[in-house]
Design a protein. Structure first.
Length: 346
């Protein structure tokens, strides 16, 4: 059996990682280095201490990344680490290496008293993960808008003209930069609901928008205080007419009318051939608004080979002592995933 050594990530590994991850990140060495620094070094919640590398002799043959996300549970805030950037050398794909890497991460988290590991990825290894302690939270439906031909932007996002919402009467403005404080203020004003939910404060919004391998499109509604916002995401390494979907990763509004106006404007302006939006935590009224605007609902069927392409979350307890507020994170119904998408962190 092949023997692997497992190590953390050090500064001398950076160039090798940037090249090794190019099959996933696709940015080239310079952009990949910037992305690695953004995702781990500048993350407001966790550094790169749990990034784990696998070597066969001196050769890098596998990596799993772990970055931090902040969650509010029962009025308390917790850093819950997320698995990401999982790459295994082609000759070891289908081998136990991926499981060995994640087991190594779990052991390190357990030793440091971190009780949970999350994964928003669409892992082909999903069935094997379920056999090794992971629990599914999902999958769930998403709204899909497919265009006959891709919408290719003819000007920068912030140069699009402001418009007035047909339902709310509010001005909708494409923002030239992330309105972090205004958006965080709106989130704080709105009811939070029950269950674990991502903390969307100004630091988080600023960090996410700085992703060097992504394009973000910020749209705000309101003639005074912000009454709603929408954030679109598109890969920064694909063209507008490329295969990558455009995702609405976050949309908050003070009313259903503002929500519908924001989505309508986004569907008119966001580039790409396909626009996606999670519907898991949307009200029936807002899902109906998406349908009225031309979206189709792609819903789970119960067939893994079909549903593996839908959004979902998997969680794994590490065995560390569990704070009372975190004891039931493996229960699917309790989560509030408004404002977070797996693509939002790519």
């Amino acid at each position: 059996m092949t023997e692997f050594s497992f190590t953390g990530c050090t500064a001398r590994d950076r160039l090798e990682i940037a090249d090794f991850q190019d099959s996933l990140w696709r940015g080239g060495r310079r952009a990949n280095l910037a992305y690695m620094d953004w995702k781990y070094a500048t993350n407001p919640h966790l550094d790169d201490r749990y990034v784990t590398l696998a070597r066969e002799g001196d050769e890098l043959v596998g990596m799993v990344g772990v970055f931090g996300a902040c969650w509010e549970v029962a009025g308390e805030r917790f850093m819950l680490p997320c698995l990401t950037d999982t790459v295994v050398a082609p000759r070891h794909q289908g081998s136990p290496l991926f499981r060995m890497l994640t087991d190594e991460v779990v052991a390190r988290l357990r030793a440091d008293g971190v009780p949970w590991l999350l994964d928003f990825g669409d892992q082909g290894a999903g069935p094997a993960m379920l056999m090794h302690g992971w629990r599914p939270i999902g999958p769930w439906a998403q709204a899909v808008v497919e265009r006959e031909k891709p919408l290719v932007a003819d000007r920068p996002w912030h140069e699009l003209p402001a418009t007035r919402g047909a339902r709310s009467g509010l001005t909708l403005r494409p923002a030239p930069a992330v309105a972090a404080e205004a958006m965080a203020g709106l989130v704080a004003r709105l009811p939070g609901g029950e269950g674990p939910r991502p903390v969307r404060d100004a630091a988080y919004f600023r960090w996410r928008a700085a992703n060097p391998l992504a394009r973000y499109f910020h749209l705000v509604a309101g003639d005074g205080p912000v009454e709603g916002y929408l954030i679109g995401h598109r890969s920064g390494v694909d063209t507008d007419d490329g295969e990558t979907p455009t995702t609405i990763v976050d949309c908050e509004a003070t009313s259903d009318e503002v929500f519908a106006d924001l989505v309508e404007a986004a569907l008119a302006w966001l580039p790409g051939a396909e626009v996606l939006m999670w519907t898991r935590d949307l009200s029936a009224v807002r899902v109906a608004a998406l349908r009225a605007l031309g979206a189709e609902l792609d819903e789970p069927t119960g067939l893994f080979t079909r549903d593996m392409y839908l959004p979902g979350l998997m969680v794994r307890a590490t065995g560390a002592e569990m704070p009372p507020a975190l004891r039931h994170l493996d229960q699917p119904d309790g989560w509030n995933l408004s404002g977070v998408s797996g693509r939002a962190w790519r």
